[in-house]
Design a protein around this ligand. Structure first.
Ligand SMILES: Cc1cc2nc3c(=O)[nH]c(=O)nc-3n(C[C@H](O)[C@H](O)[C@H](O)COP(=O)(O)O)c2cc1C
Ligand SMILES: [Fe+2]
Ligand SMILES: [Fe+2]
Length: 403
């Protein structure tokens, strides 16, 4: 699939894998994007694909190039979804040199224990393919520590690795003219699931591009659509997601076996709406975690509810709290509610987890014993009011901030 003269998308679409990283739903699939750049003298492959697809990938490549003649294999990111087919490619492309950052080369040798030539590149280094100049840009810690981007100067194409990536297979319509709300949601979900802990690095990379002498006409990420018509759609979305700014909303997320915690959740949501603020409610056991994280990512205020279960917090809620911790979701305002029958002691675990996140807890912890009584419902609505007010306040405080 041609992008510009001499530049081709040679990736694959994965519509088989159910969970990305064995964690995140791929209900719309995912693409592993690889690119071939043909200069007048030399050629380069940028990233490969997940090894499960290496046969299909190499078959596609052979339609464009004799792999025996491949000069360079550039690795923007060595995670196996991109570098997984390296050994298979090199088994045919015997003379190719592998190009990467120092860490990239170091890490990839731990996965691919075959002999190959490497070229370690520093920020700003270039390789001339003959009328096609590749420039390597250090953008560390965009998912893994070794990441870089590759800029093709003559065409203004930024091969950006996971940066600007998105879930969702792209089939054979690879360009952004079909970008819509569904693709936007898949990009946000990808960011929340994969890149959110590295938001500061994402933000730094975007600023580096903006202040450099590298006009970007095309963004070619390692997952998702290729932004040729309007690269600023994805750049602006990623700039916003990595900015630390919030949307005016409250996310209410709860677990419930018999519906009592759910009743409290609905009362909290009512209290949020009464203040004219959007409330987004999730039953954790019926929701895709990346959807929940994606909503929480831009939410200044979050309500978490749990029943007590064998003297612990309900396990799916505990799991959510772990995800919130590892995705570095902090500086939020939290409200808590829950349901129990004989002892409310375990609710302290919920309090402690939230405090450990560096977030503030506001309002009363609403604890109902069995079916919520009117005073419990009132407390839950009050909590919704407080969270909505906090959300309004936080949006004001953080507009214009960066992480
Ligand atoms: C398997 C199981 C374990 C429970 N463990 C506790 C417990 O340790 N302490 C407690 O006070 N209540 C416990 N309960 C009672 C629940 O917290 C109570 O039924 C609550 O109302 C459930 O909330 P829900 O209706 O939102 O599911 C347990 C209930 C179940 C089903
Ligand atoms: Fe990655
Ligand atoms: Fe990736």
């Amino acid at each position: 699939m041609k992008i510009t003269d001499g530049v081709y998308w040679v990736g694959v679409n994965d519509t088989q894998t159910k969970l990305f990283e064995a964690l995140w739903s791929l209900s719309r699939g995912v693409s592993y994007n690889s690119y071939l750049v043909l200069g007048s003298e030399k050629n380069a492959l940028i990233d490969t694909v997940n090894e499960d697809f290496s046969e299909e990938y190499i078959r596609g490549l052979r339609r464009l190039i004799d792999l025996e003649d491949l000069d360079y294999l550039v690795l923007n990111h060595v995670e196996p979804d991109h570098a997984g087919s390296l050994s298979k490619v090199l088994s045919v492309a015997a003379k190719a040199s592998v190009v990467g950052t120092a860490n990239g080369i170091k890490f990839v040798r731990k996965y691919h224990r075959v002999l190959f030539n490497d070229i370690v590149v520093k920020n700003g280094a270039t390789i001339d393919l003959g009328g096609k100049t590749l420039r390597f840009i250090d953008t560390p810690c965009i998912h893994w520590p070794e990441t870089m981007c590759t800029y093709l100067a003559e065409d203004g194409i930024m091969f950006s690795g996971d940066l600007f990536g998105s879930f969702g297979a792209i089939g054979d319509q690879i360009f952004d003219d079909r970008f819509d709300e569904v693709f936007k949601n898949e990009a946000k979900r990808y960011f929340a699931a994969v890149l959110s802990p590295y938001a500061a690095s994402v933000n730094r990379a975007i600023k580096k591009f903006d202040t450099s002498d590298m006009p970007i006409r095309v963004i070619a990420p390692a997952h998702g659509l290729i932004y040729k018509e309007n690269p600023s759609i994805i750049k602006n979305l990623y700039a916003e997601l990595s900015s630390g700014r919030f949307e005016e909303k409250v996310v209410i997320v709860y677990g419930s076996m018999y519906g009592n915690t759910e009743t409290l959740a609905e009362a909290v949501a009512q209290g949020v709406r009464d203040r004219g603020v959007r409330g987004v409610i999730f039953n954790i056991t019926q929701s895709e975690p990346s959807e929940v994280l994606s909503e929480i990512w831009q939410a200044p205020a979050v309500a978490v509810g749990s029943p007590i279960y064998d003297s612990f917090i309900f396990p799916p809620v505990t799991n959510l709290l772990e995800l919130i911790k590892l995705k570095r979701i902090k500086q939020r305002v939290f409200g808590l509610f829950g349901n129990y029958t004989w002892s409310a002691a375990a609710f302290k675990q919920l309090q402690r987890s939230i405090q450990g996140l560096g977030s503030e807890i506001v309002g009363t912890f609403v604890k109902a014993q069995g079916s919520p009584v009117p005073s419990n419902i009132q407390e839950a609505e009050d909590l919704g009011n407080i969270l909505a007010d906090a959300a309004i306040q936080k949006v004001k405080e953080t507009s214009g901030s960066t992480p």
